[in-house]
Design a protein around this ligand. Structure first.
Ligand code: ZN
Length: 275
């Protein structure tokens, strides 16, 4: 197992370079004000600028400035020609079974980043995802839009509850976490590390909850398709196509065809990391 991809619970948390620099900047600003009180405007300006940078890093889902973040599969998985399809925001009683049927028809396994409370409302569906050979991972307890504002206690409560719910439902503890909308703050990384969870974002996404044109969504996902890609789709809240169908159901067969034509192999995230 790759220790960078999947932190080992109990090992020491190591802050990213940006977080270390931020600690140093705060200390330097304090020291400057102690030595030269007139420097306080500069010290405050430097701290405000630093917090703006940390906030921007947290609002950039693929950023690695706040800590490790899987945006592609590890090199060994890419060398095997593997790609990972990931579906967020389910399980959904209407859409998830149809996505599962499409995946099964193509003999493909994927990763479902489930919302824990939704999984608890549809326990059979959560178990069915696993029964068909897919991975269920953690996409927070309730997908609250204020997730990125949670402090340490709130993050721990959310992740403990969601891990417990999904583990009880599926019999397997998630190893990967994707925050709602990919947004987070600098406190998430140490909490993920404590819990042995790895942050996963994506290589490319299709915006399939916003755009209903299957051509556009398929193009966004398949443009530059390459071994090692992590692709983000949704099995809930799908945008409708012009004729009223959930766009993901139109896009998925095309995407799977493109993956097969390129000789790539879809795998779950645990498969890609463990092989
Ligand atoms: Zn989501």
């Amino acid at each position: 197992m790759n220790a960078i991809v999947h932190p080992i619970a109990g090992s020491r948390w190591r802050p990213s370079a940006l977080i270390l620099a931020s600690f140093a900047l705060h200390a330097a600003a304090l020291a400057a004000v102690v030595v030269e009180p007139d420097a306080w405007t500069w010290a405050i300006a430097a701290i405000v600028a630093n917090h703006a940078l940390l906030t921007a890093a947290g609002l950039w889902p693929r950023s690695k400035l706040l800590g490790p973040n899987l945006t592609r599969l590890p090199p060994a998985a890419a060398a095997r020609g593997e790609v990972a399809l990931t579906f967020d925001d389910g399980p959904d009683p209407e859409l998830t079974p149809r996505v599962l049927d499409l995946l099964e028809a193509h003999g493909v396994r994927a990763t479902f980043f489930c919302i824990a409370e939704k999984a608890a409302r549809h326990p059979e569906l959560a178990r069915e995802i696993v029964r068909r050979g897919h991975a269920v991972e953690n996409h927070s307890n309730r997908h609250q839009h204020t997730f990125a504002f949670l402090m340490l206690g709130g993050l721990r409560r959310d992740l403990c509850a969601s891990q417990a719910t999904i583990t009880a439902l599926t019999g397997r503890a998630p190893r990967f976490f994707r925050p709602p909308m990919g947004f987070r703050n600098p406190l998430l990384d140490p909490v993920l590390h404590e819990m042995g969870l790895a942050l996963v974002s994506w290589t490319r996404r299709g915006f399939d909850t916003y755009w209903g044109d299957p051509d556009d969504v398929a193009m966004l996902l398949a443009r530059g398709l390459a071994a090692g890609d992590i692709l983000l789709l949704h099995d809930s809240h799908a945008a409708p196509t012009p004729d009223g169908k959930p766009v993901v159901l139109e896009v998925l067969p095309r995407l799977l065809d493109a993956i097969r034509r390129q000789g790539l192999k879809p795998v779950t995230l645990p498969q890609a990391i463990d092989s």
